[in-house]
Design a protein. Structure first.
Length: 429
């Protein structure tokens, strides 16, 4: 077998493969073995006809076609393997010349895993965020806990910030009620900024039993296209005003919210938790920044097939996430101002998909260069961790023993270790 490699681009290759008599004879033997199982010959049971006998009884054209298919299948796989080229899809074959029993010449074109050239990945720009937790941060957490434990008491006075009110409302644009603008017995904490600017402020000062109109304007950045910057009127009835009496911050309060004996212990624990949270967030931001820079300093060609796969994945995930929010993809696109789904795919999704593919390829190459591996012990540890998380779901637990699931976990583990190595290389003193 003779193979000539022609690079059509950074992500596509064409192999010209030529087979001689020896390879075709071997392919014919394989073809005869297959056909012998189906040919009918007097004196032999079906499926037990010797190849030598089958050769005299099979249709020559059928034998030639089967020989061709077997020769192509074996030669394509062998040629790509011999040349160390990883095809990302099934090669497109075009026969150039076929003389049965003598010669076969064909081309096999496919997208391939590209060569990634890493840049100076040990000299990336590191901006480590300074972690600070102010006293007000701790106070905000305590205030939320106090609100959650607060006692609600109905009052007859006018509503003020911090109160919980029960309201009915109908929002209209040009005297027509719009979707999502109506509520009945809606509980709202004033000052929570749950509604558009002016709504909660308009309730402050009103008493239970009052009905009033709130003339408001939706923000120009509102997510519903038809309501962006729109003038609307909310006819609102204030049905009940409740004052939230928050508990005092004392040692008794501290003992109720956690295993604390004093307020100081509680504050120290809250500060520790907030510090750890900010440290985790800062590290994730650093990881994202370094991976982005790794791609920027490297040459990472993007195969079309991988780009398409990621595009479909993003669209699928987006559709599912929107479904959980009660929104269709079409509604989302309209609210975001996209002319069509195709426009969205070609702009926002295409860019995101390309970044994902490049990040994946760059990290895969880095793992090879740095000789990073996910050991069997590490894989088992992660598989068991996932099993524990879903211990109450036997079907999900069983899935983690499937080869595909284990490969996916191994790949994610390898990626995590590679990113950690990238951080280490650029932060070591």
């Amino acid at each position: 077998m003779n193979t000539i490699v022609k690079n059509l681009s950074d992500t596509k290759v064409e192999l010209t493969i030529t087979l001689g008599k020896e390879e075709l004879d071997a392919a014919e033997k394989v073809a005869l073995s297959k056909l012998a199982k189906t040919v009918k010959v007097p004196g032999f049971r079906k499926g037990h006809v010797p190849p030598s006998v089958a050769a005299k009884n099979v249709d020559p054209e059928m034998l030639s076609q089967q020989t061709l298919e077997d020769a192509l299948s074996k030669a394509v796989a062998q040629a790509y393997m011999d040349k160390g080229i990883q095809a990302l899809d099934r090669p497109a074959v075009e026969i150039k010349k076929f003389v049965p029993g003598q010669e076969l010449e064909f081309t096999a074109e496919a997208e391939i895993l590209p060569t990634v050239t890493l840049g100076e990945y040990k000299k990336l720009k590191v901006e480590e965020e300074k972690i600070t937790v102010a006293a007000k941060d701790v106070t905000e957490v305590i205030d939320r806990m106090r609100a959650g434990m607060g006692e609600k008491k109905a009052v007859e006075r006018a509503a003020k910030d911090g109160d919980e009110v029960k309201i009915d409302f109908v929002g209209k644009k040009d005297d027509v009620a719009f979707d999502g603008g109506t509520g009945t017995d809606y509980d709202l904490t004033l000052g929570s900024n749950s509604f558009i600017p002016g709504f909660e402020e308009g309730i402050v000062g009103k008493k239970a039993g009052e009905t009033f109109d709130l003339d408001l304007k939706f923000p120009d950045t509102y997510h519903v296209a038809d309501l962006k910057g729109a003038d609307v009127v909310f006819t609102t009835t204030l049905k009940e005003v409740k004052e939230i009496v928050k508990p005092e911050v004392d040692d008794d309060f501290a003992s109720k919210v956690g295993p604390f004996k004093t307020v100081d212990e509680m504050k120290t624990d809250i500060k520790r938790e907030l510090t750890q949270q900010k440290e985790r967030e800062a590290k994730e931001k650093l990881k994202d920044s370094l991976v982005k820079q790794l791609v920027e300093v490297s040459k990472v060609p993007v195969p079309e097939i991988l780009l398409n796969d990621q595009t479909e994945s993003i669209e699928r995930d987006m559709t599912q996430n929107l479904m959980y929010q009660g929104i269709t993809l079409d509604q989302y696109l309209e609210n975001k101002g996209f002319e069509s789904k195709e426009k969205w795919l070609k702009t926002e999704v295409h860019e995101a998909a390309e970044k994902r593919v490049q990040a994946g390829l760059a990290l895969a190459e880095l793992s090879k260069v740095e000789k990073i591996e996910a050991t069997s012990a590490e894989l088992e540890e992660h598989v068991n961790m996932y099993k524990q998380q879903y211990a109450n779901n036997p079907q999900m637990v069983a899935q983690f023993d499937q080869p595909e699931a284990r490969r996916d976990i191994a790949n994610r583990l390898l990626t995590e270790k590679t990113v950690e190595r990238l951080v280490e290389l650029n932060t070591k003193k």
